[in-house]
Design a protein around this ligand. Structure first.
Ligand SMILES: [Zn+2]
Length: 146
């Protein structure tokens, strides 16, 4: 049994229980999951967040030199980049799931081992982390809406 934090297109958050990830995927594909608040079938898993805690003495000062303006990536290139980032994170980051906000905060405060982590966070949690100055990034899902 797996539990996912889900969010509908109107940003209602709720928990979904599924026998397995595959069952979640199947139900999501067939639009069998609906929001208990508004009944929307446009439901996704919560956005993923990841954090790499960089020691202060290692962080390079921001460069002032002007870089030539890069051409923005095409949607296809952007999706490819995202897939690569997600793959890299899966390989190299510890999955802390819904404990992400707590773990990121403890790493930031030096209360637990410093390591790259990824997991899920609610918009409220990411707002709190940002307020506390905890470094993290949220990643858009590579599966773009079709
Ligand atoms: Zn809803």
């Amino acid at each position: 049994m797996v539990v996912y934090n889900l969010i509908c297109k109107k940003k209602h958050q709720f928990e979904g229980w599924f026998p397995s990830f595959e069952d979640f995927q199947k139900q999501a594909e067939k639009k069998l999951i609906s929001c208990p608040t508004c009944g929307s079938k446009r439901v996704e898993k919560m956005p993923h967040a990841c954090a790499v805690h960089v020691k202060k003495e290692q962080s390079a000062p921001p460069k002032k030199t002007e870089q030539p303006a890069a051409t923005p990536p095409t949607p296809a290139e952007f999706k490819e980049m995202l897939l690569q980032v997600h793959h890299y994170i899966k390989q190299n980051f510890e999955d802390v799931g819904s404990r992400f906000a707590d773990e990121a905060r403890q790493i930031h405060q030096g209360k637990t081992e410093e390591r790259p982590i990824h997991g899920t966070a609610t918009p409220k949690e990411t707002a709190e982390l940002a307020e506390e100055g905890v470094p993290f990034v949220t990643l858009p899902k590579p599966e773009l809406d079709s």
